[in-house]
Design a protein around this ligand. Structure first.
Ligand code: BGC
Length: 815
């Protein structure tokens, strides 16, 4: 390991459930998310980032500059002018060297502390529960022996609501900006005069000695955030923005005696008004709701109380599933960070991160269904609503919009549908919900097609047409036709593009007569098909169960006959019916997705296929940092395959370690009872293990999974990208909680079936499940798999399912 790889930028603080960053110059901004419903913010370790209401595209509240120079530009900045020195608690944007710096990212909050020349500035950022506002509680403390007179400037830059047009339609934007100033509150009301019924405000709970709302006046046309004119001169301009770029900056003069400290509560809020209550006077916005919101959070005591409530909320969520294994690295991921990341992916799907601009992608159909398995145990009612929202974007033939917009919940026409794996995921998500809650009534909910009123059928009917969509779209080998792509968005077998202006995902230059089939969908169909069959039996639909069992059996036969390459499962057939992911291929002889899904489906296990496939993953896909997606990597663009081979070797879908799919193979290992292998694959992509070894190489946040780690063929293997918003979160959770630790919700209770490395020692899981509270201790006794006996409240039970009953239970499991 090189010196570079050993440098560390922070560490875990498990007791406080925080990651503590001690150097602001992290290898990439290390961010956190604030807000759990409706009002959200992204915040980096230097306070960069932005806020939005529900939808990062249509209701962007503040501006952020993606891919800027320097990196991470735009955020909530506090400038402290102490004599001639100007500094920020988060180091940026002034980058004045600090005497002390620390950023603590916690559960939906971030605390950034800086010290300079005897002054400490500490800011606590969070979004109170059920409030449409970001609190920034700034505490200034004089730690020197002299009285300090400081000039404090706050700063936020307004986004003109639609984040897409904000970045492009300058001929209009530069003439629309409007603000109002009232006491210590700056209101942003661009476009409120016409069709918007919402505005934002930035308030501080103390009288101010000046303000600015016009960016050019405050910063200066040729200055930067690092040296705004007003701050450098220590003089606010009291500017009033008309057009151009409106901002909000408060100016406060602060005198602190030695040892004295003062709190300031800044509040960034969002308000919606009814059409007939928009104005209080001509041209004046109705501020009633803003006043009310401010009044709820205008003192240290009120804010501290709101913060305590947020912490209690997280205590309760993280109390639902808790493990004690004695391995800190595992426990902190299971008990804290993995679950936290699952909440974040549930909230944002793939829409807003430091790699996702919040403009391009809304909520993914397949993504959001998968995210559910990481979240459903946390807040089941929200999961329920999500399932209904997703299903409402389905078409009557079972196909569906690939994405929908969170604000409108409408399918996104730009991307459309035609991704043939999508429908199966609805079964995956719904089954997880029912097993967790026992709430079968969701199946009777009336759910529309494409959000059209009057088109409603039951959710169960949506599940049925989802299965049928696969059966009705089979190719020449009786395997599922792939459509635009399956889970791998970049395997575009009907695209055939030489035109760089064409989107790989939405262009189908040919599809008539296609023979392009997917083994990944075949495996997915078998897994979700078995779930569907079990569900049908459970609700007394024996005929439907039999019908689908037949389809599942046929699919299994088709895979065995046409999907097996000798040592592993094929990946697909191309447009012409030629094999993809075969030993016969020149490159990319083996792919991970079909190994994952077909081993999870246990197809051909009796003939040794599963074991051979898993062995091939180890032999060809595994490397130091995880398993790559395909091997060998493509070295040239293949016109028939689409985007996959457009990436240089080792990145993204071309032989990157696409962390999302590693758990599929790990689950395959678990089902096959190979605990040592399962664990070794798992630990390789477990953030806490990566954190210890590779902070600099890995680059991205060490407390969460990223979507992609550069694979063994890449220029820099081990480099991570696209952190936070990835299906990896939910799949890591599903894998460790249900398959490794082996606590699996089922219709009638909790199934216990761990799969462990033989070095595993006794561990205890506390699991709240519906109205029950279980304390389950597992004694592995060196076994990788196989439960010998389960004792519930002192009485041995038959089988491996603890029958559900409300109340507290103590469970002992011997393997
Ligand atoms: C998309 C997923 C897709 C994956 C693999 C992600 O960026 O959000 O839907 O399955 O890439 O292509």
């Amino acid at each position: 390991m090189t010196m570079e790889q050993q440098k560390r930028y922070g560490h875990f603080d498990d007791q406080h459930r925080e990651y503590v960053i001690t150097d602001p110059q992290t290898p990439w901004p290390w961010i956190n998310y604030l807000g759990n419903e409706d009002f959200f913010s992204l915040i980096s370790n230097t306070a960069g980032g932005y806020s939005f209401y529900k939808d990062a595209k249509f209701r962007r509240i503040t501006r952020y500059r993606y891919n800027n120079v320097p990196m991470d530009n735009g955020g909530r900045y506090f400038y402290i002018k102490d004599g001639d020195t100007v500094w920020n608690p988060g180091w940026k944007p002034c980058k004045t060297p600090l005497d002390f710096y620390e950023c603590r990212h916690g559960m939906s909050y971030t605390r950034i502390t800086g010290r300079k020349n005897g002054v400490e500035a500490s800011v606590l950022f969070f979004v109170p529960l059920k409030k449409w506002a970001e609190v920034q509680k700034l505490t200034l403390k004089n730690e020197s022996s002299e009285t300090k007179t400081l000039k404090l400037f706050s700063f936020e830059e307004w986004c003109l609501w639609n984040a897409a047009t904000d970045m492009e339609n300058f001929q209009r934007n530069f003439s629309t900006g409007e603000v109002e100033i009232e006491g210590s509150t700056i209101y942003h009301k661009t476009e409120y005069r016409e069709r918007r019924n919402h505005y934002a405000f930035y308030h501080v709970n103390t009288p101010i000695q000046g303000f600015d709302t016009d960016r050019e006046t405050f910063v200066g046309l040729y200055n930067e955030f690092a040296d705004p004119q007003a701050v450098m001169e220590g003089k606010p301009r009291n500017s009033h923005a008309h057009g151009w770029s409106p901002i909000a900056s408060h100016y406060i003069e602060v005198t602190l005696k030695p040892g004295e400290s003062k709190d300031f509560v800044f509040l960034l809020g969002y308000i919606e008004n009814e059409q007939d209550e928009k104005f209080e006077a001509p041209q004046m916005i109705n501020k009633k709701k803003a006043h009310a919101l401010i009044a709820e959070l205008d003192s240290t005591a009120k804010v501290d109380k709101a913060f305590a409530e947020l912490c209690e909320y997280w205590d309760a969520l993280l109390n639902i599933y808790k493990v004690r294994t004695g391995n800190d690295k595992l426990d902190r991921m299971v008990n804290i960070w993995n679950q936290y990341q699952c909440m974040v992916t549930f909230n944002f799907s793939r829409s807003a991160s430091f790699f996702e601009s919040g403009v391009g992608r809304g909520m993914g159909f397949r993504d959001s269904n998968q995210d559910l398995v990481g979240f459903v145990h946390q807040i089941p009612p929200r999961a329920r609503q999500r399932i209904i929202d997703i299903a409402s974007t389905q078409f009557p033939d079972g196909g569906c919009y690939h994405q929908y917009q969170p604000l409108t919940k409408r399918g996104n026409n730009d991307i459309g549908g035609g991704f043939n794996d999508d429908p199966c995921w609805l079964i995956f998500g719904t089954v997880a919900y029912i097993k967790e809650t026992g709430d079968f009534s969701i199946l009777d909910e009336m759910v529309p097609f494409d959000n059209q009123p009057g088109s409603e059928v039951t959710l169960f009917e949506h599940l049925k047409i989802s299965m049928d969509h696969v059966i009705k779209n089979l190719g020449p080998h009786m395997l599922p036709l792939i459509g635009r792509a399956d889970w791998n968005d970049c395997l575009n077998l009907n695209c055939f593009s030489w035109d760089p202006n064409e989107s790989f995902q939405t262009t189908e230059n040919v599809s008539e007569g296609t023979k392009a089939e997917s083994l990944m969908i075949a495996g997915l169909f078998v897994v979700t098909g078995k779930d569907y069959v079990a569900l049908c039996k459970k609700i007394g639909k024996a005929e439907e169960a039999a019908r689908m069992q037949k389809a599942v059996d046929e699919m299994i036969e088709a895979v065995k006959k046409h999907g097996w390459d000798g040592e592993w499962y094929l990946r697909a057939y191309d447009f012409y019916g030629r094999k993809i992911g075969s030993n016969e291929c020149e490159e990319a002889k083996i792919f991970i997705e079909s190994q994952g899904w077909c081993t999870m489906a246990e197809i051909g296990a009796e003939d040794g296929m599963v074991a051979k496939s898993l062995d091939s993953c180890k032999k060809y896909l595994e490397c130091e940092h995880g398993m790559v997606l395909n091997n060998p990597a493509f070295t040239k663009y293949i016109y028939e395959y689409g985007e996959i081979s457009s990436y240089p070797e080792g990145y993204k879908e071309n032989a990157g370690i696409f962390c999302h799919n590693n758990p599929w193979v790990i689950i395959g290992e678990c089902l096959a009872g190979r605990g040592n292998d399962a664990w070794s694959h798992y630990a390789k992509i477990l953030p806490s293990y990566v954190e210890e070894k590779y902070q600099t190489l890995h680059k991205v946040e060490p407390y969460v999974n990223c979507q992609m780690v550069a694979g063994k063929d890449a220029y820099k293997p081990g480099e991570g990208k696209n952190s936070w918003l990835t299906g990896t979160a939910a799949w890591m959770w599903y894998t460790v909680s249900e398959f490794i630790l082996g606590i699996k919700p089922d219709y009638d209770g909790i199934r216990i079936d761990p799969c462990l490395p033989e070095t595993a020692t006794d561990y205890t899981v506390q699991r709240k499940f519906r109205e029950a509270d279980y304390e389950i201790t597992i004694h592995p006794n060196g076994a990788q798999k196989g439960v010998k006996q389960i004792v519930v409240d002192g009485k041995p039970i038959d089988g491996t399912v603890i029958p559900y009953s409300a109340g507290k239970h103590v469970v002992e499991v011997t393997m």
